[in-house]
Design a protein around this ligand. Sequence first.
Ligand SMILES: Nc1ncnc2c1ncn2[C@@H]1O[C@H](COP(=O)(O)OP(=O)(O)OP(=O)(O)O)[C@@H](O)[C@H]1O
Length: 766
Amino acid sequence: MEKSERTQEQNRVNHVRTQIKKQLAETKAQLDLAHKETHKIELNYGDNTKVNVTEVDDQMETNAAVQQQKDLVASAVETEKILQNQATLYEALSDSPYFGRIDIDEEGEKDTLYIGTATLQDEDDNFLIYDWRAPISSIYYNGTLGSVTYDTPVGRQQVTLEKKRQFLIEHGQIQNMFDTNETVGDEILQSVLGQQNDEHMRNIVATIQKEQNDIIRNTNADLLVVQGVAGSGKTSAILQRIAYLLYHSRSQLNADQIILFSPNRLFSNYISEVLPSLGEKNMRQVTLAEFLDQRFSGLAVETLFDRFEKDQQSLPELAQEIRRYKESPDFMAAIKTYVKQTDERSLAFSSVYYNGKPFFTKAEIQAIYLDLPKLMLPRDKFLQTKNTLIKRLKRRIRTDARADDVQEAVSLLDDYQYQDLVAGRHFRSGDEEINYVARALVRKRYEVIYDALYNDYFMDLYAEYGHFLATARPETIEPSVWQTMVTQVQNDIEAHKIHLEDAAPILYLRDLLTGSGQNHSMQYLFVDEMQDYAPAQLIYLKHAFPRAKLTLLGDSAQDVFTADYNPSDFIHTIETIFPHDRLALFTLLKSYRSTKPITDFAKAMLPDGDQIQAFSRDGHKPNYYLCPDQATATQKVIQLASKLLVDQPTVAILTKTEQAANHLFATLKTDHDVTLMTDRDRSIPHGILIIPIYLAKGLEFDAVIGYDISAKTYGHSGDRDILYTLASRAMHNLELIGIDVPSPIIKTLDANLFHWHDIDPVTAKA
Ligand SMILES: Nc1ncnc2c1ncn2[C@@H]1O[C@H](COP(=O)(O)OP(=O)(O)OP(=O)(O)O)[C@@H](O)[C@H]1O
């Protein structure tokens, strides 16, 4: 490219930066003013609350004034926040204003557009930068030179794309620029991918690939499913997709109506900066364990991690069969059928107690329920029963309020307590006021009962589940085996424990019986690492967020948790569990995370790994070190980690289980600076880390050392998925350590893909 052209482009960058700086200065001045305003209102707020509160009229006035002040503060704080975000955005733009340029010809009218992370206009409303999500920007990601189309709110438009230019701009200086005919050329991608890992994931808007762009910009599907190989940008694509959806539905959608199920808390933190870097608020994030915990308050729900650790000890064939069944669509369908049949019988109710005595007896509740028309839907019958109980409670409150002891309690209230009860109310007579206070006192007394009714505690959900289980045995399982399982489930519930395989079915049963548990406001539900979700869990999530459009992403080859006993053909499963949804299925086969030698090594472990394409980034071949014993292996691991740490900020030693991680940590911690990561950790520090592989799901590290890749640990064919997941976490370096007998998975790999080293104890010490 000609030098003068580069100079011209740099001049334009300088011009745009001057504009950005000007607008930044204005925003900062406004921010300063807004901050002063907030401070003033807050001071005022304090003064306004010091009003006489003893007279009822004053009290009401004070409440209104306080509310008004609160609203003023909230609105001032909001204005400040918006300005602050804008300032942050301008600062980022000033560093790197844009990354792309397209020259188009629209029916003879030529135009040059520059594309960046946000829109920027000058005083005359000329667009200096187009947001990457603007309709016209899609040409940059999708189009090759020539005639191209793009979708706009008023229909499809056609233009001629005459030039596409990519920029790498840092600190306001063009580092690199290319003209390209490809979607986004490899050269810029090379340099982005070659960088070192950050504590947080970065946005990829400058280098989105065509196949990723299709996922990001899809707005038609009700159910969007992405099967993508490790490192193919699934997580990146959904985060940019969220930013895209927020931009395009600004008036109908806010970030609180989007929920992402993420694999673990480390991951939640790892991705938390992507949306803010694009000027958007983060969506809600939750792990499956957190979601279940919230819904089973007071009970300990087994996590996927706990279960995996236990499975490593023993998982008999029969237990596998029962689990597969309880996690299947058939089992959820059986619950639906069971609930429909409740017209013939009562539900399992529990008495509601007050001060140790039944306030509503089980028999009374049952009688209300059975009195309702048989053909009524179960959830409506339940709701009616609940309403009747609440009405009876209210009646009882009115009666009790007239009792002498309550009247006496009213007369004993001090001024402060009294005012607290009547705050903001106006009464026509003294009697009315006293009656009100008496009822308020009794209402407080019976709060526990109201809570029990409100939270549906008068239904014995677990007894119901027991009844259901008794009807649900599949023919392939012996009655005695099934009965043992049912008893076990009930004993565990007595001990406040719930097995993961029972969690979604119990919630589903509860919701169908009571009509509760659904969130109708959520508009989008994203599930990352969907291969970790059982069909029953996905069915429950769809039920829990009935209006949400679903985006599911996963990789059947990274089935860490169930590969041993469950064939993971999740695309087929998804088609069967959501037969009525408009499905869009995308497959991503190109892997961007790792160097080519690492991807080639990792994919060789998979039976159909050939289809995986490695992005062409050079690097070292992985190494496999076979150590004669554990002592040598621990010496080797620390020797390697320390060496890698010279060039890489983070080295992750990945073990198969938590137990193995604990053990290795205990051996190394006295003499070395190592960090053990657990499922309670929320962020990833630099240095040498020891992590069980399932906690590293979705994450990436500059260097990975796989520990104990031996026959004993990775001996089954199902372990292939775990080893593949482990290897594909590495960006630049991958080292594997075996102990005694090498894993057969490694032994069968083509020797050209890695270097094999037989270590003797002396070498390791050296
Ligand atoms: N178009 C792209 N431009 C730049 N970097 C990219 C692009 N696509 C993916 N990457 C990078 O590749 C790495 C892997 O991406 P990501 O974590 O989104 O993949 P994934 O499919 O979710 O991986 P996994 O299933 O293995 O967890 C990240 O560092 C990401 O930034």
